[in-house]
Ligand binder design. Structure first.
Ligand SMILES: [Zn+2]
Length: 181
């Protein structure tokens, strides 16, 4: 049953997969979402969460990655296993669905670390990101959330918000510095 249900979920849009459809959605800035959420947006959020829950070792997903030009992301940073590999993983975040998220850097200081993405098949690269940010978003219920994030969590937030602006991590990495994973 689980398998049948999962097959109804949209597949990932993958920028470097010739068989992947609708790639322009990954390069298109998403419009802001109005509250209260309409039925279509609620369904997209449901699919995004279902997709996220079906992945292991997934820190975040953005709606364009499953083919929808909607300004919504899902994030989670509470993986004890991942902490072993990311020394700047100090700030935690329970699973969160964020509508219309944005961020501002606290300072110009950046940290470089490895990133990969479900929308970029088989590649990883070292990406400079702001070390500390202030974020702002809304829950699906329309409640505003703000906070400060640093290190890995700040990186994750910047990566996912980039998806809403048509930006991928490979845009920051010279082609000859991308590595296979
Ligand atoms: Zn990504």
């Amino acid at each position: 049953m689980t398998q049948l249900f999962k097959s109804k979920l949209p597949s990932y849009v993958i920028i470097n997969d010739p068989s992947s459809q609708n790639k322009e959605v990954l390069r298109t800035p998403t419009p802001r979402i109005n509250f209260p959420l309409d039925e279509e947006t609620r369904e997209i959020i449901r699919q995004l969460e279902e997709k996220f829950d079906g992945e292991e070792n997934c820190g975040g997903l953005a709606a364009p990655q499953i083919g929808y030009s909607k300004r919504v992301i899902i994030l989670e940073a509470n993986d004890e296993e991942l902490k072993k590999y990311r020394e700047d993983f100090t700030d935690m975040l329970p699973k969160s669905i964020w509508i219309n998220p944005s961020f501002k850097p606290v300072s110009s200081k950046k940290t470089t670390d490895w990133e990969a993405c479900f929308s970029v098949d088989g590649l990883a690269g070292e990406v400079p990101r702001f070390t500390e940010i202030i974020y702002e978003a809304w829950t699906p219920e329309g409640e505003k959330v703000t906070g400060k994030a640093k290190g890995f969590l700040a990186r994750l937030i910047q990566h996912e918000i980039d998806h809403l602006n048509g930006v991928l991590f490979i845009d920051y990495v010279p082609e000859d510095e991308l590595v296979s994973r």
